[in-house]
Design a protein around this ligand. Structure first.
Ligand SMILES: [Zn+2]
Length: 529
């Protein structure tokens, strides 16, 4: 998997053997079918939800005030759209099928790009893994370093060049050329020379939300923006990426929080502790819930809850002595957040990996075992980045433990996350096109680009050997109901599944565009199904 994202300039990419190719390709198709079936399971529950809303009695409806009626209508619209996306996503997929026989390989699918679609989120994750992998492996110095960040690069080689830009002369209105010296670093230099940390920021919340708002993602992001302007932040943090996660809170209401990956100057001694203190102080002041008028001192042991909270903070701030800690606590307000997580990047270990890891590099949380990443192993770093940024493609935990959809939670978040920004890049990563992972529908160009990464050549699904044109046809079929071989990496397209056959002479790119044209009915709002 990882071999495909290494930069060929610095490392030789092992060419996958035919067997590896078969296994990988089959895994990809299988995942597609699994996610498609998951989407369809969700769809039936969403439909029930829609029916229950529509079945409201006339008198009940009349009793609603205008705001409640509008809310009901908006929810209905969001649910209908979600239902269409769940039903339609990957209902048209492109395969290569052997002319004789039913064995096929999956090429690509038309997707819905809904934020809560299981298929689209799987594809986003794959895209992100490739994008970040490529970026941090790249030795090319093409990442601009702003003047305010140059102090972090005193010990790191940078390329400096003169960049000419056009500016408008304020007096004459003419365009004039202005030259500027600019410095550039590379993804791999960043990986080697910075501490990558996973920062979690929460706010105190109850059934009514936080600071008078039930849904507070926007306000949360604003506060984080303010915090990043502090001089200590600019001094220590090169940049990073953030995403917002929403879960159902135990106390009722929504638990909305930020996960961020930050790149911290390695030379700052005890950087983690220093940063944690500063963040704790600032974030606490910024997140004070103003609906409680009285400020609240945190006192050790004053109440059982107070004691618990005090101990929690003490445990997280391992780096400071008792006297200093007691003084530090005097600055905090009980109405603001005191839950700040800051850790070196980590990723979750699979059960079979746990025994072989040294305990020093692992930790346990909520019954799961995690391993810290090491910049000596770029693969582990990419895993850590993915763990940190997975909320880009898992913005809400929608599923109950039994695999069903939590429809009450869905009804609460669906109207709110619509058009709400849920992730972003900041500092040195702001506007960096190399790290863009588009959330919108995947364009034809991107589809083709993705295929170049995942392998676009025609090969025999039984042997992995190259296949001649006359040996296969392109077939458009629904990704559901595809049958798999029990013990071989093979999957089969039945005649009844196939909705359109395209002769191989047209070529893969034309076949993809036929899929796109044929499947797209253009209601101006993504695909209509
Ligand atoms: Zn989708």
């Amino acid at each position: 998997m990882f071999a495909t994202i290494l930069n060929p300039d610095i490392l030789t990419v092992p060419v996958p053997t035919p067997t590896e190719k078969l296994v990988r390709s089959c895994k990809r198709a299988k995942k597609m079918t699994v996610k498609r079936n998951q989407n369809l399971r969700y769809a039936s529950q969403v439909k029930e939800c829609m029916i229950s809303i529509s079945e409201m009695s006339g008198p009940d409806y009349l009793a609603l005030d205008l705001a409640a009626r509008n809310e009901r209508r908006a929810l209905k619209e969001r649910l209908e759209k979600y239902y269409r996306c769940l039903c339609g996503c990957a209902s048209k997929s492109l395969y290569r099928k052997r002319t004789v026989g039913r064995e096929a390989t999956f090429i690509t699918a038309l997707t819905c790009s809904h934020r809560l679609c299981n298929i689209c989120n799987m594809l986003r994750a794959a895209k992100m893994r490739r994008t970040f992998g490529k970026f941090f492996m790249n030795e090319e110095r093409n990442v601009p370093v702003q003047k305010a960040q140059l102090h972090m690069f005193e010990h790191i080689p940078v390329n400096t060049k003169t960049v000419i830009k056009l500016v408008v002369d304020k007096e004459t209105g003419e365009q004039i050329e202005e030259s500027e010296r600019k410095s550039f670093t590379s993804g791999s230099d960043l990986l080697r020379n910075f501490d990558f940390m996973h920062l979690t920021l929460t706010v105190p919340h109850g059934p009514d939300g936080w600071d008078g708002k039930k849904y507070y993602a926007k306000e949360l992001l604003e506060k984080f923006n303010i915090m990043r302007k502090a001089s200590w932040w600019v001094e220590m943090v090169f940049g990073g990426e953030l995403s917002v996660e929403t879960t159902r809170s135990i106390s009722g209401g929504l638990h909305i929080h930020i996960h961020a990956m930050i790149l911290v100057d390695k030379r700052v001694w005890g950087s983690r502790n220093k940063l944690q203190e500063q963040i704790m102080k600032r974030w606490n002041a910024l997140t004070v819930d103003s609906t409680h008028p009285e400020s609240e001192k945190l006192i050790d042991g004053a109440t059982p809850e107070g004691k618990l909270r005090w101990e929690g903070i003490r445990k997280s701030m391992t780096g400071c002595g008792d006297n200093y800690f007691n003084d530090f606590m005097l600055d905090l307000d009980g109405r603001g957040s005191t839950m700040i997580g800051i850790k070196s990047l980590y990723y979750q270990l699979k059960p079979n990996q746990i025994a072989e890891r040294s305990q020093k590099r692992t930790f346990q949380e909520n019954g799961k075992t995690y391993s810290y990443c090491s910049s000596r192993f770029p693969q582990s770093m990419v895993k850590g980045v993915m763990e940190c940024l997975k909320y880009h493609f898992e913005p809400c935990v929608l599923e109950n433990d039994d695999g069903t959809l939590d429809t009450e939670f869905l009804k609460e978040v669906l109207p709110n996350i619509f058009r709400q920004r849920l992730y972003g890049k900041f500092g040195g990563f702001y506007g960096l096109s190399q790290l863009n992972v588009a959330e919108e529908a995947i364009s034809l160009n991107e589809m083709v680009e993705d295929l170049q990464d995942t392998g676009s050549e025609a090969f025999d699904p039984r042997t992995g050997q190259p296949m001649e044109d006359r040996e296969f046809v392109y077939a458009i079929a629904d990704s559901r109901n595809i049958s798999f071989s029990e013990n071989k990496p093979l999957y089969y397209l039945n005649k009844s599944n196939i909705r359109l056959e395209i002769p191989p002479e047209v070529g893969m790119i034309r076949a993809i565009s036929i899929l796109a044209e044929w499947g797209y009915h253009g209601d101006g709002n993504g695909q209509k199904f």
